[in-house]
Design a protein around this ligand. Structure first.
Ligand code: NAD
Length: 479
């Protein structure tokens, strides 16, 4: 990556920033500096947006290519991302501490999978539809690219979340300015390099690096046509306010505090086997996790014991070790935040597991898997997103009570329901107000819409709906 270091990618070229300010990219497991990147200036962002604008405005350019030609180029992009998968996974683990096993399952496979999925969809979606108009004439309904997309992403699943946006945006014929999180820039540089190698035309993908100020400048840029954001509810609210004022389309994928509802007939042995991806994956730094575990009062102690046995058996340590299931948190700032919630949890509930740093790991921002029992749904640790390996177990009286508690949240992004009777679980799931929910498992499906309600966001990514979100409709009335 050395040849790319400390650069921005604008108009198909690696260009130095005009800034003299750089920030370090730090390895979460060793605390060593593994790279530096420029804090882009407003002029840098202007140049990136201008390059993106030129790419979509070119009458012979990307936006006007035949869908099948764009799709073929996206498939080449997928091939290059796949060839570089090992390097990509290594960089993600190096920066944010995501265990290699998880990076291989998500971050390495997501880019090629999503690019191929949206290439196929782009070939099949009708871009023009003729309708008989009310006056007896014809109206042609066209689906055209939105234009210049600002894609702003977090560090937790940097590749998946980026390609949730890039793949459909590019398939629809848009150009993009990507701003990765400052914690995960190295893998984003690789995206730009791979795009160039795959023949994505200059200006279609541009990359600027920096923190919130760079993102905020990009969001309000007059030449940006749509903002696609994933991150915290706090930042999303501010971006939504700006986009509202500017009447600019925006999708906001934000935080969560979902419920894992264990019904009274659930087989606990098989339930806990399925809980890792929906409660603790990526050390709890995953937006859709069901970190509020709702347990029937009649089996409360049994659930707490089963959860404790499950969580305490998860190997924690070097994220490059293939046995590791729990790595470090992304940064000291994130660990401070999680430790503040744990301190609060000691007052609000009963600590049954963890509660601090693992004694045998003196480097890296590790926090042990932590469980609080006897927590009320009104407790702060049950209401606010912690974004760490911290679960609260909340008792409920009956099914109605479980549904009421699950819905008693500012958030609505994920969740799951567990029962020996899948039909019963499905009926309960259908009454939980959330954007996505699993029955006896949870796994994001790239073919179906993903996103949240309430404070978890606005709009949907993935599936055909994710492509439509990057298209504008135009009705052409023919007499
Ligand atoms: P964050 O909101 O602080 O930062 C996310 C990105 O936005 C970064 O690139 C950051 O530089 C940028 N940014 C921050 N403030 C901005 C502003 N005002 N204007 C423009 N850009 C801004 O979030 P984080 O701490 O990096 O990530 C964790 C959060 O992301 C959690 O709350 C988590 O739930 C959420 N998340 C949501 C999803 C989802 O799909 N719903 C997925 C992953 C993470």
């Amino acid at each position: 990556m050395d040849r790319l270091g400390s650069s921005l990618f604008i108009g198909g070229k690696w260009v130095p920033s005009r800034t003299d300010k750089h920030f370090d990219i730090v390895c979460a497991s060793t605390e060593e500096v593994v790279g530096t990147a420029p804090e882009a200036t407003p002029e840098d962002v202007d140049a990136a947006v201008l390059a993106a604008r030129s790419a979509v405005d070119d009458p012979d350019g990307w936006a006007h290519w035949d869908s099948s030609k764009r799709a073929a180029t996206l498939e080449q992009f997928a091939d290059v991302m796949q060839q570089r998968g090992d390097e990509l996974g290594r960089l993600v683990t190096l920066q944010n501490g995501m265990p290699t096993t998880i990076a291989n399952l998500s971050e390495v496979v997501a880019p090629p999978k999503l690019l191929r999925y949206y290439a196929t969809l782009a070939r099949s979606v009708r871009l023009e539809e003729e309708r008989v108009s009310m006056s007896g004439g014809t109206t042609v309904v066209r689906r055209v690219p939105v234009g210049v997309v600002a894609a702003i992403v977090p560090w937790n699943f940097p590749q998946s979340v980026t390609f949730f946006k890039l793949a459909p945006a590019l398939a629809a014929g848009n150009s993009c300015v990507l701003k990765p999180a400052p914690e995960t820039v190295l893998d984003a540089w690789l995206i730009a390099d791979a795009a160039a190698e795959a023949g994505i035309p200059p200006g279609v993908i541009n990359l600027v690096t920096g923190g919130p100020a760079v993102g905020a400048y990009l969001v309000q840029h007059p030449d940006v046509d749509k903002v696609a954001f994933t991150g915290s509810t706090r930042a999303g609210r501010s971006i939504g306010e700006v986009c509202g004022r500017l009447l600019r389309p925006v999708t906001l994928e934000l935080g969560g505090k979902s419920a894992t509802v264990i019904l009274d007939d659930a087989d606990l042995a098989s339930t806990v086997q399925g809980l890792f991806p929906c409660t603790l994956v990526n050390s709890g730094q995953t937006c859709m996790l069901g970190t509020r575990v709702l347990a029937p009062r009649s089996r409360y102690d049994e659930v707490v014991d089963a959860l404790t046995a499950f969580a305490s058996a998860l190997p924690m340590g070097d994220p490059f070790d293939l046995h590791t299931m729990l790595g470090p948190l992304v940064s000291s700032r994130q660990r401070d935040r999680v430790e503040r919630y744990i301190a609060l949890g000691r007052k609000e509930g009963r600590l049954v597991l963890g509660g601090g740093r693992p004694p045998d790991l003196d480097k890296g921002w590790y926090v042990s898997a932590t469980i609080f029992s006897d927590v009320s749904n009104d407790a702060t640790i049950a209401r606010e997103e912690i974004f760490g390996p911290v679960l609260t177990v909340i008792p409920y009286d009956n099914e109605e009570d479980a549904i009421r508690i699950a819905n008693d949240s500012r958030y609505g992004l994920g969740g799951s329901v567990w029962s020996a009777d899948p039909e019963r679980a499905r009926a309960v799931a259908s009454r939980i107000r959330t954007g996505t929910i699993g029955v006896n498992f949870y796994d994001i499906d790239y073919c179906s819409p993903f996103g949240g309600i309430k404070d978890s966001g606005i709009g949907r990514e993935l599936g055909p709906e994710g492509l439509a979100a990057f298209q504008q409709l135009q009705s052409v009335y023919l007499s």
